[in-house]
Design a protein around this ligand. Sequence first.
Ligand SMILES: [Mg+2]
Length: 299
Amino acid sequence: MNTFSKAGLWFLMSIAVGTSPCGILAQTPARAEQYKSPPPHLHANLWMQTSAEYQALCRQTFNSALREIKQTVKGAKRRQGRPVGPDKKPFAVVADLDETILDNARFQSEMDAAVWADGMDLGYTRRRWEQWERDNPEEVGLLPGAESFIAEVEKLKVAMVYISNRLESLKDGTIRALAHNKINTQGLQDIKQGRLLLSEGASSKQARIKQAEEKFHVVAFLGDNLNDFPGETEEATNPMERVAAFRKKAEAASDLWGTHWFMLPNPVYGSWDQILPKTIKERMDFLKRASNPAFVDAK
Ligand SMILES: [Mg+2]
């Protein structure tokens, strides 16, 4: 461990927990400016992996979703024993996979370890992720409450449809990750069934969401990222405007949260992080501006 990476991490942790480790913070600003990589997510990762609060939030989300789905199924017409919508399409729940159903805790921890060992390590890279997707499906876990949620939904004869930005070309690894966790994988290989819609390059899920809606009557969406839910986010050119656009989409759906749309917590990564400035220095400046009450109205 070199002094640089220790100081960098202490600085980042001090931002996250709002404390100033004595004697270290005083030396860090110059170091922090040199720290060009995205911040490591150690603190957020610890929260996801150890806190009871994270567990409670996941279970709260799955329980709420299941309650709403059961209500909708109760009043639904049936065709061949399956609940259908007024459009006669079979009911489905659309869920994202990573950090919505699948838990990649080991991958996140490996990145924190890499950054800890080398302060200039970038942490996440596409190559690292694809390697994880392809080679480590048996290391992938499930979010607390995900297994029973899926079992209960399927017991109601409602289809589970997964829309994920995992790669179509690495589909076998994704199916193995689900199977290893005892999730029903029947029909997932068959593209015609439309139960597993992976990425063929595009990161936007909107076309795949439409594809699912053409085939199914979707009664609930689950995700850990605003982009897992229907509707494009408005284009924006700078971080402040991008944040405002994301918040606008969330606010416009205020009646859907907890009734049709269900969000799982993910403070480690996501589009919320991607739209922010990249360096620590820029992020500190952004934070100062974002903390200004006027920020809320900066649309
Ligand atoms: Mg996700």
